[in-house]
Structure formats: structure tokens, C-alpha cells
Design a protein around this ligand. Sequence first.
Ligand SMILES: Nc1ncnc2c1ncn2[C@@H]1O[C@H](COP(=O)(O)OP(=O)(O)OP(=O)(O)O)[C@@H](O)[C@H]1O
Length: 381
Amino acid sequence: MAESSNWTHLHAQVHRTLLYRQILPSTQRLLVAVSGGQDSLCLIKLLLDLQPKWGWDLAIVHCDHRWRSDSQASANHVEQLAKNWGISYYLETASDIPKTEAAARKWRYQALTEIAIAHNYPYIVTGHTASDRAETLLYNLIRGSGADGLSALTWTRPLLDFQLPILDIRLGNAGDNPNSQISADFRWENQDENSQSKIQNLKSKIYLVRPLLEITRLQTGQFCLEQKLPIWEDSTNQNLQYSRNRIRSELLPYLETHFNPKAQQALAQTAELLRADVEYLELAASELLQRAMSPIADSPQVNFQLPLKLNRPILREAPLALQRRAMRQLLQQILPSAPSFESVEKLTSLIVAPNRSQTDPFPGGAIGRVEHPSIILDLKF
Ligand SMILES: Nc1ncnc2c1ncn2[C@@H]1O[C@H](COP(=O)(O)OP(=O)(O)OP(=O)(O)O)[C@@H](O)[C@H]1O
């Protein structure tokens, strides 16, 4: 697009962000997740307008959770927009209505990933904004998160942590769902080992990108108004039973009125700063863990099979922040679910505890014990 009268401050800002951050390379195939709400409509319009500069191949994907009575109408509305803009449209409809917000989100990311794999899109783009970042920070802060939770929502991340068993179940279901657009060749049960590893490989190359993280919801709303974009209002956004909605419509406005009129931007910036700190600390912790883990057998290969042996003098030299992170990384590998604060503290305390100190069992049954100069983790002693 020539930098004509249509070129707004927001176009320039997102264009600059993309140049600076290099999160959406030119000429790529981009799958844009559009709910029909103001953020994702703003996103797709900006990308369409920037398209001539970047040469992307754009498509829209919409996920119908079948949560609201108007959900099919909303899907039709998004489809019509895609038609008007002359771009491909993909729809995924939930075969079972997800019961909770978390289940809906999980289903949505699986559906997005599957469509991206099936139609060869290496980038999934979402309309998360600075306001979402601020809300996530507040939500996690209140629930007692460390820096990791406060720095949630990154500009880009590989979709690696979507485990294949989840994909497996969904792809199995796809056959029963007449609305599924996943072609039969991509159904997991139809895959031999070779093509399963090809899918895994492809998944590791799909990135989730959020180009609007510096733009507030107020700005996306104004943009939609100026550009006359037909927003499909999500009635569940008004429901104050959802904590996120209460943060959005009560807590943030309160903070802006009484504490800082730019609270959203300030909180989003805090998340951005913490993100870089967390990345640095996680890397340093993983190096510490590698150094502290000595295999129990003669094999030089470090792995996370029990029993495990940790070198206490090496751990003791490190600052507490790294000790905690290294212990959490270790527990992430051996516990059946995400380690709790208590589990991490329990294991960390063994770094300086007297000889023969022992923990009670962690979830899954492993026990930590000091056998000077090591910590041993095993199922029984
Ligand atoms: N039904 C949908 N279909 C397609 N894309 C969607 C849908 N819902 C949300 N998205 C995408 O996700 C972005 C964030 O949406 P929203 O804030 O409502 O979700 P959320 O549940 O908070 O998501 P997250 O868990 O990713 O933070 C939207 O801007 C849009 O790009």
C-alpha cells in the first residue's frame, strides 16, 4: 500500500515493530486467527494493508467453540469478511463443546496448529494486545506467580510445547467431525512412524506470533471505528464471572483512574522487561543444572531417569535465584505435572540441609535425600 491517507499511525507502528523484531519474515504464508472481535479485526486489516510491502500470503482461520448461540453466525461473518478481502478461510468447529475457558483455549490452539500443519502455514498470527499482556500480568500476580508468569505473552514462540498426544486425540476425533477441514492424510491414526516424525518436525517449525503487543485495546477499538470494520461483539466478554473480564472492565479502569492513566502500557512494559530477565535466568539455570547433574552410572550421558544425583557444592556456589530455577527445571522433567512452589522449595532446601536429610515424597513418589556431598532423587531409599 502506498503511504496514502489510509496509512495511519498504527500502520506505521506495526510496520516498524515488524522491521525491528523480525517476527514475520516477508513472503511467508501467514495464518491469521480471527475471532471477529476488535483486536483480531484490527490485526487482519493492518496485515492486509501492509501485505504489498511484505509480500505475505494471508489466510484467516476461525475457531467455533460452539459456546454461544450466535457462534455460527459469527463464523459466517468472519467467512464473509475473508471472501470480501479475497483471501482463504479455514473454519474449525468443536465437536464437543469445551466446558471451561481453559479447555476452550486448549482446543483452540490445537485446532490452529492442525490447520497450520495441514495447509502448510509456518506462522499463526494472533491479535493479543498490550492490554492482554497487562491483564495476564495482573491475573498471574494475584495468583502468586513468579517472574515467569508475569512475563507471559511473548512476541513469538515456537509451538513446540504442544505435546503430540494432544494432537493425537484431536486428529483421531477429526474423522468424526464433518466440519473438520483437516484432510485425511493428516489424521494421526493414518500416519506411519516416518510421517509422524515429519509432522513433529513441521510442528517445531510453526511459530505463534503476536504483532500487536505494544498496542492497547483502546487503540484497536479506535482503529476499527475509523476503518469501519464490522466488529462481532462477544457477549461472554461482559460476563464478570470470568476473572479476566473483571480485571479488564473493573480492575484496570480503577488503576488507570486512581494510580496511573497509562497503567496498561506500564504493566505491558514490565512484562517485556521481565521476559528478557526470565530468558537469561532460565538459560543460566539450565547450565547450572547440567553441571550439577552427574549420572549415577558410568555413562557420561546426563538424562532424567531416576535415580538422579546432584552435586551440592556446585549448586551451593550459585545464587538462590538460579538454585530454585535449576531445581524447578529438574522437577519439570521428573514430576507428572508442573511442580508447585512447595515442591521446588523442598528440593532447593536440600542444597544446604544436613547430611541424611530427606524430603517427603513428591507427586509421583520420588524422594530427595542428602548423601554427602550429593542430593539423590529416587523412588525409595
Ligand atoms: N474463536 C477464535 N477463532 C480464531 N482466533 C481466535 C478466537 N478466539 C481468539 N482468537 C485469537 O486469539 C487472540 C486472543 O484472544 P483472546 O484474548 O480472546 O483469547 P485468550 O483466551 O485470552 O487467548 P490466550 O490464551 O491466547 O491469551 C485473538 O486476538 C485472536 O487472534
